[in-house]
Design a protein around this ligand. Sequence first.
Ligand SMILES: [Zn+2]
Length: 416
Amino acid sequence: MKTCPKYTFGVGDRFANGAHAQLTAFIEANKLGIDIVPVWNKSNREHNIIGSEPIQTRQAADKAVADLGWTGEYLLDADHINLSTVDRFVAPCDFFTLDVADDIGEAADPADVAAFIAKHPELIGTVAIEGIAAPFEISRADVEKTANQFLKATQKAAAIYQHIVKAKGGVDNFVTEVSMDETDSPQTPPEMLIILAAIADQGIPIQTIAPKFTGRFNKGVDYVGDVAQFEKEFNDDLAVIAHAIKTYGLPAALKLSVHSGSDKFSIYPIIKKAIQRTGAGLHIKTAGTNWLEEIVGLAEAGGDGLALAKQIYAKALEKKEALCEPYATVIDISDAKLPSAETVNGWTSTQFTDALRHDESNPGYNADLRQLLHVGFKIAAQLGPVYIQALHDNKEVVAKNVTGNLLDRHMKPLFL
Ligand SMILES: [Zn+2]
């Protein structure tokens, strides 16, 4: 097993054009004493939408690392893959996010459920966890219910894991994450404990787990939910993970993964406090926010760049339903708050960047427009070389926004 570094930070490079600007943020953070490892992640869904291949992400990352002389570790995430989509990721990737969200709720063999319950008497009754004040009270029925909901999903995760081991020719060269975030209901800390026991039983050397937390983790915008409840849940999850490492022999590096983690500014202080207090690791994904910064950069550039940003918005508005469909569980867009294409066409650079850049103190900020553009990268993909040329033509202003967003709005608040 490849050991996952303590702090890993997922960045997305939708158009294989931003790795240098992203890596610059890690280099600058490093100078400030923040030791975080970049993980370039791009899901199968994003590759399909754009028409790209995982090997291109690998090439862009390798080139940035070589050009900028990065001597630290870096990883490439096969993000949200399953048995039917993993193959093209095997060679270029060394981090695999096994997505079992769609399998949650699928019935496991009743004999397997019974065997799981029989094997885990420690999960039933009063379960004291170091770091959690009130012990969990878990009934046999609770364990059975959770097993019925999640056991099949962990069995499927094991099948994907075994497939990767076989394809990679061994277990040594990759990190394994299990993700359950893209689903409707959050997993509670007691459920997390039961799930981790099941994952351990399946022999998956899981090093990061991405639960669905309470509240909304909409793409590219701030957390929506009960911040105090999130804090309790996050801290309880950390305690459960530490307990599961000891109890079930899971890898010592096992940590929480916060998916759709970009721009969740209101909970960053909570996450920071929790990891500093406990010494726990963290994986946080900020993939899509990078593409938005490309658009911010183009808009800021004015001229043809601004015109292209407006064109992308108009087209995204027109194709809104289709663009939003694959992201239904992770966006909330109010149509009434989306400006018309005509309105946006009349905007200056500043009006456009005020609306798009994530600064809630700016009265022009528009979270609905931001979410629509977040899922609108397909429009840029359809523009093909025109979009890529615009990124080249406005390289500096785009890079300034990509680097600054990661460093100042994400890394510093989380780790400094
Ligand atoms: Zn996810």
